[in-house]
Design a protein around this ligand. Sequence first.
Ligand SMILES: [Zn+2]
Length: 492
Amino acid sequence: MILKKHLKSIMSVTLAVGLVLSMAVAQPNLGMAASADDETYSGKTPKYVFMFIGDGMSYPQVSSAEMYLGELSMPGQITPEQLDFTKFPVHGALMTQDSTSFIPDSASTATSLASGKKTLSGVINMDETKSIAYTPITEALKEKGYKIGIVTSVPITHATPAAYYAKVANRNDAYGIGKQLAASGFDYFGGGDFDQKTGPKGADQHIYEIVEGAGYTIANTNEEILALNNKSGKVVAIDPDDYEAALDYEIDRADGELALSDYVAKGIEVLDNSKGFFMMVEGGKIDWANHANDAAASIHDTIAFDESVEVALDFYRAHPKETLIIVTADHECGGMTIGYSLTGYSTHFDKLQPVKMSYQEFDKLVKEYQAAMPSDPMLSDLADEIEDAYGLDINNLSDYQSSMLEDAFEKAMSGEKPSDDQEKVLYGSYSPLSVTLSHIVNSSAGLSFTSYSHTGTPVPVYAMGAGSELFDGFYDNTKVYGKLSVITKLDK
Ligand SMILES: [Zn+2]
């Protein structure tokens, strides 16, 4: 009885404190102008600003890559090998919720980073009523004389890059986003292709014609891309080896295929001018790998993302007082964590080393197998492919892993979509066989995922260079815009 009474009084105090607090604390920037007012900056204005966004990259994605590299170079030493950007002197963290959910999408979160305002999931640079357009920081920087570059490993019309040059009520309007790219007047676009080339009905003018009509050169062979420089004018460099308009997963990238870092290096050459530049670089396939729960692909793409940061770091070393580099993310993806119920307190990152391809490449092998229409399909028919791709001997799995894999093979061969909750948990919307193989490798390594979607986990921010000190602390993602505008003196 006493306990109950005590509990009741604690609850009423908590309630009262909660009420006072909620009255005192303003709602976080919902539809409000970016608040640069709580920031002051009297340092040097950077002439060169790099904004790196690891899509879907929170702490687990970064740390798993560092642990993987540490295990590779110092086996058994439990020493992470730091990525270049985690060595940056300034470290902060961002809250990522949008106006729809604590679990946001890339359209709303990139809007927050680019324009300093919240909006609904799926909306790019428009308010919650989808009638008022926001102005991304790139427009103001362009007016100030900065050249603007946008680089991504996924389609150039995808949500994150689009938030730096387009305003649309629906992120799926890729053709409309492409037309806005043409009208932006920005200087360099590099990486993935346009998602929708001829409009939703396939009848409109080809997007390349519109882009070229606006004065852009489209470079889409290695030779054309490598020949670009600061005399090339406005350019769109499209990856010649793209698959579904995106760069290959880093784990699948063949020798001679351009990497994300190549598009950053080329961007620096193209944008080089006396007034400076702003370049946004998205590691978009980190997100895609985590949606598919493919930890190995996530790790390799996070390392590729770090290699693209290294290019900016080299540039920084030549212009230390005039360069700002920010590395952050839009949201977490997959609910990745380091730890798994059956491996407890141990990890075995060496189990990820034999993984030679992404789920996407393995799915192609399974399709070939199915196309040959085996009369009595058996998991053992794919034993060699599984060993080559994942380093797994199917005759040497635990009973639990074997039964999961047999079920997944059967489901994959049936071609049916997941029907009940159990199947949705096991496979999401992915091919049951490859996603189960990823799960087996992940769990052997001591990694696991809780979702095939994004999650509400905060994301890190790393910064170095002119104005970087403003990025420490824990704050809302909309604040990045305010900090950048103060540092670049957009209000002056
Ligand atoms: Zn995503």
